[in-house]
Design a protein around this ligand. Structure first.
Ligand code: PLP
Length: 413
């Protein structure tokens, strides 16, 4: 089978977004391909045709197949990975569970950076409050000159001492608000030298980092990622990886449910860890079960990850070059090329008379672009400047970014 032709034809034939909307924000919420969406509807229909059969029998084997597919795809063991709805659920579970790193002694510190995702920072804040812990936040200054200079900021923090009290470090793989690709291997090694367990928030990384994510090769202790951002699954499909199966058996989801004390027949096909996170009260789990179709879409229809990566990363760079030339803002990168996310780029916006350079006005502009200009684009305020974070996915083409430039130019006037 010939793979699909990327760009306009893929958008028209394989995605469901309104055709008159310019979509330059893949990654926040998907969208997922039609092929996967149809599977989602098929699963929902099957569930609806006999909810009792579904909830008591059918869903278990389907779930096991999905966990196996996820483990195979992400290169880890079946026992190390559970499916969760979203990244926020994963970070909450890790930080709020009765893991020995938290319970062996009281107090302690959580290490993080100012670039962590908002809900993750809130979770850290709430955990610290509940557990009577301190937070050590590394304030990463932008722009960053080099990868080494970035790593040095972590070293400087650790050189301040009191390392024995750090129970856990939370670092990003790709940041949301700056599209910065962290050198996670180097950072994990550095933190491990000091005996600090590492959580990687990889919400944006699976499907975007090249080569494909291998959880076996990463050395972190915990990893949270999504299938619904860059891996083509339906919205509400993410995963929690825990390297040590003993810790996996100790972790608790935010909702305590039937998986707390599962039935023995359920434990014949999956672990306690899987069941704790699968049982979350009565809910629609269909999205979690779209993983096999999402993988099929990427591998068969789209021609595989290498082909996808070639297209998305090339277009991402072209779009960045185009916008920078268009607004005459070359040389204003926030960090070097090797730290730029493959499919997400930050572009400094020209001054916009009606929008101040604040977080509030960045959000107002996002909403105005959606409501009044049929443009989906993420605007962020960094160092008192407004930036657009452009995303590229196989349905995009350079014309989408030309439309974006055109709309911003209209707003400037
Ligand atoms: C880096 C990062 N972490 C965490 C999240 C939270 O993801 P979710 O909304 O799926 O919980 C996001 C969402 O975009 C993110 O970009």
């Amino acid at each position: 089978m010939n793979p699909i032709e990327f760009g306009e034809k893929t958008r028209h034939d394989h995605f469901l977004m309104d055709q008159d909307v310019a979509y330059t924000n893949h990654g926040s919420y998907g969208p997922c391909p039609r092929f996967v969406y149809e599977e989602l509807q098929r699963i929902r229909l099957e569930q609806e045709q006999n909810p009792d059969r579904w909830f008591r029998i059918t869903k278990y084997n389907l779930y096991v197949d999905c966990v196996r597919a996820a483990a195979y795809r992400l290169d880890c063991n079946f026992e190390q990975i559970a499916l969760i709805d979203n990244a926020t659920a994963g970070i909450n579970a890790i930080l709020k569970s009765p893991l020995p790193i938290f319970t062996s002694t009281t107090g302690g510190t959580i290490l993080c950076t100012n670039l962590a995702y908002g809900s993750v920072l809130f979770t850290i804040e709430e955990t610290a409050r509940e557990r009577n812990m301190k937070i050590r936040k590394i304030n990463i200054q932008l722009p960053i000159e080099s990868k080494q200079a970035f790593i040095q900021q972590f070293k400087n923090e650790l050189n301040k001492g009191d390392i024995e009290n750090i129970r856990l470090a939370v670092i990003d793989h790709i940041t949301s608000t700056t599209a910065l690709l962290f050198p996670v291997d180097e950072l994990t090694d550095l933190l491990h030298v000091h005996g600090i367990p590492v959580v990687i928030d990889g919400a944006h990384a699976p499907g975007q980092v090249n080569p494909q994510l291998s959880l076996n090769q990463l050395k972190c202790d915990f990893y949270i990622g999504t299938f619904h951002k860059w891996m083509y699954a339906a919205r509400g499909c993410s995963f929690l990886f825990i390297r040590d199966p003993i810790l996996a058996s100790q972790i608790q989801p935010s909702n305590t449910s039937w998986g707390y004390r599962p039935m023995s027949f359920q434990l014949d096909i999956m672990t306690h860890f899987h069941l704790q996170f699968f049982h979350q009260g009565t809910r629609d789990e269909s999205s979690l079960l779209t993983i096999p179709k999402a993988i099929e879409f990427a591998d068969l229809l789209a021609g595989g990850f290498d082909r996808i990566h070639q297209y998305n990363s090339t277009l991402s760079q072209q779009a960045k070059n185009f916008l920078e030339q268009h607004w005459n803002i070359q040389g204003k990168d926030l960090f070097p090329n090797e730290m730029q996310a493959p499919y997400l780029k930050m572009i400094l916006l020209p001054d916009l008379a009606e929008y101040k350079k604040t977080d509030d006005d960045a959000v107002r502009l996002i909403n105005d672009l959606i409501e009044h200009y049929k443009l989906v684009a993420i605007i962020l305020c960094i160092n008192n400047e407004l930036y657009v974070r452009i995303a590229t996915q196989i349905y995009n083409r350079i014309e989408d970014y030309i439309v974006l430039a055109d709309i911003i130019d209209r707003i400037r006037k």
